[in-house]
Design a protein around this ligand. Structure first.
Ligand code: NAD
Length: 255
């Protein structure tokens, strides 16, 4: 893909399934990876495996975001690209059972974390006098509803607001902002899906009823992230690209 070689790219949630796959793919394309995650041990292993820098940081705090950016600048001198991918599912509580504290916890990582990451990226580009670009990890839950993941899907809808505002602001500056919306990717994210919510088996069943009849992989998502970050996507901004085996086109109500 054009324009990725030698770029310095921050990947958040890089110890997880999708983030680690993105880190690997971007490194294969010649980028220099700054892998960021709460999980210090795992993120250092991912960084080591791609010859990049591993940083332990909490994306929901201003200190955490400032910390990973200054570590990146100290090591590589600048930051060009961002994959803002860290996220948590929250509990599978039904609406009457969902606590305000749990709602806030999910928003802090999935929305505040993305806001802080996007804002910091823009500030960084302005300081450098460069025009990088950003990919946010949304979800099929950015577009669809489900009864038992209310906080999660609200947070994933909210990041589309950040996406659109940032793409409008960034366009005249030459900064592109796009999102991927993965469907079902068996990572640790939903490993703890309770039996009452269908458990992991239900995930597989739902994946087998998508048009492509399988669950996605981290690599499936990573390829699209790399494309959006590359110059091959130079005329795309504010876009949400579904990477879900066609799940989002399926009607649950037959015509
Ligand atoms: P994962 O649990 O394997 O990875 C998520 C990573 O984010 C973890 O390593 C975790 O430590 C990290 N993280 C959580 N909170 C953090 C914080 N405050 N600061 C820094 N790091 C933090 O899950 P994944 O499937 O790889 O998820 C990556 C992204 O993809 C998430 O935003 C998720 O919502 C989204 N997504 C996943 C699926 C799926 O089916 N797996 C579907 C749609 C969207």
């Amino acid at each position: 893909m054009r324009g990725l070689a030698d770029k310095v790219v921050v990947v958040t949630g890089a110890a997880g399934g999708i983030g680690a796959a993105t880190a690997r793919r971007l490194a294969e394309e010649g980028a220099r990876v700054v892998a960021v995650d709460l999980d210090e041990e795992r993120v250092r292993k991912v960084a080591e495996s791609v010859g990049g820098l591993g940083v332990a940081a909490d994306v929901s705090s201003e200190e955490g975001v400032a910390g990973y950016l200054s570590a990146a600048v100290e090591r590589f001198g600048r930051v060009d690209l961002h994959h803002l991918n860290a996220g948590i599912p929250g509990s599978f509580a039904t609406l009457p059972e969902l606590s305000a504290a749990e709602f806030d916890r999910v928003m802090a990582v999935n929305v505040r974390g993305v806001f802080l990451g996007v804002r910091a990226a823009f500030r960084r580009y302005a300081e450098q006098g460069t025009a990088g670009n950003i990919v946010i990890t949304g979800s099929i839950g950015s577009l669809r509803g489900s009864a038992d993941l209310l906080a999660y899907q609200t947070s994933k809808h909210a990041v589309l607001g950040i996406l659109k505002g940032a793409a409008m602001y960034g366009g005249p500056l030459g900064v592109r902002v796009n999102a991927v919306a993965p469907g079902i990717v068996p990572t640790d994210l939903f490993a703890a899906t309770p039996a009452a919510a269908g458990g992991k088996d239900d995930m597989s069943r739902r994946a087998s009823s998508t048009p492509l009849r399988r669950a996605g992989t981290g690599d499936d998502v990573a390829g699209v992230v790399a494309f959006l970050l590359s110059d091959d996507a130079a005329y795309m901004t504010g876009e949400v690209v579904s990477v879900d085996g066609g799940a989002s086109i399926v009607s649950t109500v037959r015509p």
